[in-house]
Design a protein around this ligand. Structure first.
Ligand code: FAD
Ligand code: NAI
Length: 469
């Protein structure tokens, strides 16, 4: 009889966990995945990436039809109306198809889904729904949840988190988003397009922390033009709810006179924190770092041998594709292979309009790093205004920026604001993964007319020789 029930038990079936489980099974390991939700796919598929992108797409189409912005192309609409229930239904269909797809893949790859909440019993066993299971290896992929804001209690009615904001039964009159990060701007865009007045309250003096400085400035300009009311350098100190109205007390982040803002919906989106509560980590001998995350080594193993961790529960960007690639690499390590992930080349995309995408170092980070080693960087920029496809599509907001090492010309970072920046950044990722120089991109033939030509031109601009500006 086998010493353990499984070679690997994965806790959590989000992009980190379900992908790790499938890869482990593909590599011949007897694998189970524990998930407490009714459906597989984690935050991303159920209440994150997928439903938010469904609403972003649908709201963009509604706005294009309703706002009259297509009239310049000779397309006139009249009597455009919103059927929000149908919009939610179509979103739910996409979610259902994808979560059902993972269930199919589990069956196909013979991954057992242990339904319920897992708690550690020891370093080699977990309890799920009243039963104990043992495994040679255990992988924690429990993801993250919204960071609560003291004084602003999420009541899931008037004050909501991202999950609530993905399912509002009606368009709010005034939505206040606390946090000018990715969730605030994506979901703020959805409800702005559907007719809400949207105020974003951001603690820092600029939105989108962590992104390239010029990108942050340009993005704020574009969002304000779209109708967002952006209040940077402002903190929320409390909230009260009476009936269907919330009254928020805000004051300058640096201190000063307070004022109140009324809203019929408040979205708290000030970041997310690792899910480690309720796992009984102590029974496995595990601890968390000061930020509540599980620290791992290069092979995704925690300080307890045989226990691995991937995705949002670990340090690093909280992104589905980062979790996925970690899941594959970690499963390969569990199987005795060498898993590979390049944490320096993980793209980030904000799916607003236009989209904002980046990979590698920001200009500020690149300059700081170069200065520390006596080096220098070169920067090439190309405006979408000068890109022929953007001109034809009348979507000329934004630019592409390529940052390269001045001596070696190796590309260190790429930042894009453009209607389809999310698709464009993939080329930059491949180039950087292959150690490309800006010249490599500049001498690569790009199809015409495409938005991607702006990346080529920005690469040409690194050496001061773009053609179309
Ligand atoms: P999760 O996806 O959080 O999965 C963890 C799973 O573990 C959950 O299903 C949970 O139920 C389960 N679980 C937790 N504890 C236990 C337990 N003890 N027992 C059993 N099961 C347990 N990222 C992108 O890259 N692109 C996007 O467009 C994007 N959009 C987003 C939009 C929103 C609104 C949000 C909230 C997030 C978005 N993200 C996006 C982030 C992305 O969802 C996460 O980075 C990703 O889901 C992390 O994957 P994970 O596997 O680490 O964890
Ligand atoms: P975030 O970290 O992107 O933004 C949070 C914002 O809130 C920051 O700008 C921060 O300065 C601000 N903030 C913090 N405390 C505040 C306070 N008290 N008052 C006002 N502002 C405050 O976090 P967000 O938007 O909640 O998203 C969480 C995670 O989900 C992100 O790390 C992101 O990676 C992931 N995500 C990714 C998406 C994508 O890839 N397209 C989409 C949505 C989420």
């Amino acid at each position: 009889m086998a010493e353990h029930d499984y070679d690997l038990i994965v806790i959590g079936a989000g992009p980190g966990g379900y992908i790790a489980a499938i890869r482990a099974a593909q590599l011949g390991l007897k694998t189970a995945c524990v998930e407490s939700r009714e459906t597989l796919g984690g935050t991303c598929l159920n209440v994150g990436c997928i439903p938010s992108k469904a609403l972003l797409h649908a709201s963009e189409m509604f706005h294009a039809a309703q706002s009259g912005s297509l009239a310049k192309f000779g397309i006139d609409f009249s009597g455009v109306s919103l059927n929000l229930d149908q919009m939610h239904a179509e979103k739910a269909k996409a979610v259902g198809e994808l979560t059902g797809g993972i269930e199919f893949l589990f069956k196909k790859n013979k991954v057992d889904w242990l339904k319920g909440h897992a708690t550690f019993n020891s370093a080699n066993s977990v309890d799920v729904a009243g039963k104990s299971y043992t495994a040679k290896n255990i992988m924690i992929a429990t993801g993250s949840s919204v960071t609560p804001l003291p004084g602003v209690k999420i009541d899931h009615k008037v004050i909501v988190d991202s999950t609530g904001a993905l399912a509002l039964p009606k368009v709010p009159k005034h939505l206040v988003v606390i946090g000018g990060g990715v969730i605030g701007l994506e979901l703020g865009s959805v409800w702005l397009r559907l007719g809400a007045q949207v105020t974003v309250v951001e603690y820092l003096d600029q939105i989108l922390p962590g992104m390239d400085g010029e990108v942050r400035k340009e993005a704020a300009k574009i969002f304000k033009k779209q109708g967002f009311n952006i209040r940077t350098g402002t903190k929320v100190t409390g909230a009260t709810v009476k009936g269907n109205t919330a009254t928020l007390t805000v004051e300058p982040a640096a201190g000063g006179a307070s004022e109140t803002i009324e809203a019929d919906c408040v979205l708290v989106a000030i970041g997310r924190r690792a899910n480690t509560d309720g796992l009984a980590l102590d029974k496995a001998g595990l601890t968390v770092n000061a930020r509540g995350q599980i620290e791992i080594g290069h092979d995704f193993q925690t300080h307890v041998p045989g226990i691995y961790a991937v995705g949002d529960v670990c340090p690093g960007p909280m992104l589905a594709h980062k979790a996925e690639d970690e899941g594959i690499a970690a499963a390969e390590f569990v199987a005795g292979l060498t898993g590979i992930i390049n944490h320096d080349v993980i793209p980030g995309v904000v799916y607003t309009y236009p989209e904002i995408a980046s990979v590698g170092l920001t200009e500020e980070e690149a300059k700081e790093k170069a200065a520390a080693s006596g080096g220098e960087v070169k920067v090439g920029k190309f405006p979408m205004m000068a890109n022929s496809r953007a001109k034809t599509n009348r979507d000329t907001d934004g630019f592409v920026k390529v940052i390269a090492d001045a001596k070696t010309d190796r590309v260190l970072g790429v930042h894009i604001i453009a209607s389809i920046a999310g698709a464009m950044i993939a080329e930059a990722c491949t180039a950087m993964e292959f150690g490309a120089t800006s010249e490599d991109i500049a001498y690569t033939c790009h199809a015409h007319p495409t938005h991607a030509e702006a990346l080529k031109e920005a690469a040409m601009a690194v050496t001061g020789k773009p053609i179309h500006m």
